[in-house]
Design a protein around this ligand. Structure first.
Ligand code: SF4
Ligand code: SF4
Length: 417
């Protein structure tokens, strides 16, 4: 009996590695086709359209002129957001400079390691100080190597690691600044997809200090893990491009659905069975021969149809209450990213509400693991669980941890320009 339990525990997280194993009683069922729907010819996403990319352009610069000439409809909202972002962040920093800087500092490694010039640096085994490591290309057994890479990712702190066959239709068409307008090339057959969970207690502060910290820190952490695995693959003689979270060249949601990290949810994120949508992506694109994983179906499409908690609690109205729309040939719940980003700029901090309230995000105790199983296996119980979630789990923000929120006395010694 004990043997049987141990076997199941290791089977469902692929391997006996990592601190996030044992999250569910059974893995989400694998299927042949992902649960999103492609309705016609698909169009690639142009990364210059992303709200972060738009707001990063310097007023009057050639990219700025080019972009708003082609998209005059975006000028007004971007202009307002630029002004708003500066004002609200300044207000917060003025009020509490010590803690506000702490919250934002979590992002810094992710920003640095996402820069195109940083990405070009490749670790070389010639630099390893212990002995001389010969440069050679090693051809490992793909199935065994897949398991090893997954174990390494789990050991380093990812909650789920799966292998996607890279579908070029998810790769963005054009780059934003500083390489504005250049085409993306990501000519690799596979992506090692990492889902790195966030601390749910921190995200529960919604737009608080701890939620801001957790978002930035998980981005940085996922980025660091991605570089570590890419370095290992290159040491075997294969090509590997780390995917830092702020320099991601593809649409995460469909790619991660393709390999069964989870399913595309109403909230616009890939929702996992194990820790809902409360995670951030990392990845490594590579030509190392690996065995791709299948998509999964644990009933999320029907669950999201019935649920809508994220749409009801989203303060900006960015998450749709209604049905799916066709976007670039892909039928999905379409998030209005401009509304979401405007809200962030109004509060001066990122928002974690939709990552706090999803019923699939509850901590993995026996009760929640049991509910996950029933929600997957018995569709008629889903409405009952959703009602229960609305009644028993408050959607209000929780306070930041005291150590983070507590004020520190200070004096300003030097004003830097
Ligand atoms: S991050 Fe906040 S504003 Fe944006 S979609 Fe989620 S709940 Fe809405
Ligand atoms: S909150 Fe509900 S509707 Fe939104 S992603 Fe989670 S399950 Fe789907």
């Amino acid at each position: 009996m004990l043997k049987r339990v141990i076997k199941d525990e290791t089977d469902h997280m692929d391997l006996e590695a990592g601190i996030w194993k044992s999250l569910v009683y059974s893995p989400p069922p694998e299927v042949d086709k992902p649960t999103y729907e492609i309705t016609g010819p698909t169009e690639k996403y142009d990364c210059r359209d992303h709200c972060f990319a738009r707001i990063a352009m310097k007023e009057g610069s050639p990219p700025y002129e080019d972009y708003y000439q082609r998209h005059p409809e975006k000028y007004e909202i971007d202009d307002e957001n630029r002004k708003r972002a500066g004002k609200s962040a300044e207000k917060l920093v003025k009020k509490d400079p010590v803690n506000e800087r702490l919250a934002v500092s979590g992002f810094s490694r992710s920003w640095i390691m996402s820069r195109p010039d940083y990405l070009k640096h490749k670790a070389s085994m010639k630099l390893v100080p212990v002995g001389r490591v010969r440069q050679e290309k090693i051809s490992p057994d793909p199935a065994q190597m897949t398991q090893k890479i997954k174990a390494l990712g789990l050991h380093l702190g990812a909650g789920k690691v799966r292998i996607a066959k890279l579908d070029q239709k998810w790769v963005y068409s054009h780059k934003p600044i500083p390489e504005y307008g250049e085409p993306y090339h990501l000519d690799y057959p596979y992506v090692v997809c990492l889902a790195v969970p966030q601390n749910p207690y921190f995200v529960d502060s919604h737009t608080g200090l701890s939620s801001t910290w957790e978002t930035g820190w998980t981005y940085s952490f996922a980025t660091f893990i991605s570089y570590a695995i890419a370095d290992y693959i290159r040491a075997l003689g294969w090509n590997a491009r780390a995917i830092p979270t702020m320099n991601t060249p593809y649409l995460v949601s469909p790619l991660f659905a393709d390999c069964g990290i989870g399913e595309d949810g109403r909230c616009g994120y890939t929702v996992t069975k194990e820790f809902g949508n409360n995670w951030r992506p990392g990845g490594i694109a590579t030509d190392l021969p690996l065995v791709p994983d299948k998509p999964v179906d644990f009933g999320l499409q029907d669950f999201c149809e019935k649920c809508g908690i994220c749409a009801d609690t989203c303060p900006s109205g960015a998450i749709p209450n209604g049905g799916r729309e066709i976007v670039r040939g892909y039928k999905k719940w379409h998030i209005n990213a401009d509304k979401c980003y405007t809200y962030w700029n109004t509060t001066g901090r990122p928002c974690g509400i939709c990552q706090s309230v999803c019923p699939w995000n509850h901590i993995n105790n026996w009760w929640h693991k049991g509910v996950r199983e029933l929600a997957q296996r018995v569709p008629s119980l889903r409405t009952f669980f959703i009602k229960g979630d609305e009644i028993f789990y408050s959607k209000k923000p929780k306070p930041d941890p005291r150590w983070m929120a507590e004020k520190v006395d200070f004096t300003i010694l030097e004003e830097k320009p």
